[in-house]
Design a protein around this ligand. Structure first.
Ligand SMILES: CC(C)(COP(=O)(O)OP(=O)(O)OC[C@H]1O[C@@H](n2cnc3c(N)ncnc32)[C@H](O)[C@@H]1OP(=O)(O)O)[C@@H](O)C(=O)NCCC(=O)NCCS
Length: 174
């Protein structure tokens, strides 16, 4: 099995969208334009994992100015990265991660997550990492808790999925 992790390119969009639709309820899946803008704005912040030349997973991120109390508008799905990203921001915001269902439970999500964090922290001056997760996304929550993230805020009924699930905002200081 040939596995590699590299910066995403615009040509990967079809594979990235397959992962997105395999990973999220249709109401909360991002669209291709949102991803293309992320790839263009911060290429180092968007990684894909390829398994035998198939896009098996992706992770995307932005750099934000640190703020103790984050304006929840910044988490809005479908927001433009150009409105929130700051090239010299000290906080890494992980906007999304997904792995094709057929490859889940083998450690790939963990690997992709750690790889993004380590690549970004070696290239930029990062002092904290923030993300949101649904209370129902158990595998993702496990990854974040294991790597030292703590809950800092709950946004009630944030996700427009069947359960109208809450978003848990999690942060880790570096
Ligand atoms: C989140 C996701 C990317 C993780 O990818 P993965 O390859 O399945 O993750 P891993 O195999 O690395 O497992 C991560 C951890 O979650 C645990 N886990 C997996 N499924 C779980 C479940 N249903 N309940 C609790 N823990 C679970 C694993 O045991 C592992 O923990 P461990 O290292 O202590 O054993 C993947 O599940 C996914 O795409 N989910 C749908 C999209 C999503 O929820 N994205 C998160 C956005 S915040």
């Amino acid at each position: 099995m040939k596995i590699s992790i590299r910066n995403a390119e615009k040509e990967d969009i079809e594979g990235i969208m397959c992962v997105e639709h395999d990973s999220f309820h249709s109401n909360i899946a991002e669209n291709a334009d949102t991803f293309l803008e992320r790839i263009e704005t911060l290429p180092n912040g968007f990684l894909v994992m390829e398994i035998n030349e198939e896009i098996a997973g992706y992770i995307s991120s932005e750099l934000w100015d640190y703020s103790e109390n984050i304006n929840i508008e910044k988490f809005k799905l479908g927001h433009s990265i150009t409105e929130t990203h700051k090239n010299d921001g000290k906080e890494l915001y992980i906007s999304s991660i997904g792995v094709l269902e057929k490859y889940r439970g083998r450690g790939y999500g963990n690997t992709l997550f750690s790889e993004l964090v380590s690549r970004i922290c070696s290239k930029y001056e990062i002092s904290s990492i923030v993300l949101i997760v649904s209370e129902n996304w158990h595998a993702a929550k496990r990854i974040y808790e294991k790597s030292g993230f703590h809950e800092i805020q709950i946004i009630k009924c944030f996700f427009d999925d069947d359960e109208k699930s809450d978003a848990i905002v999690m942060r880790k200081q570096i």
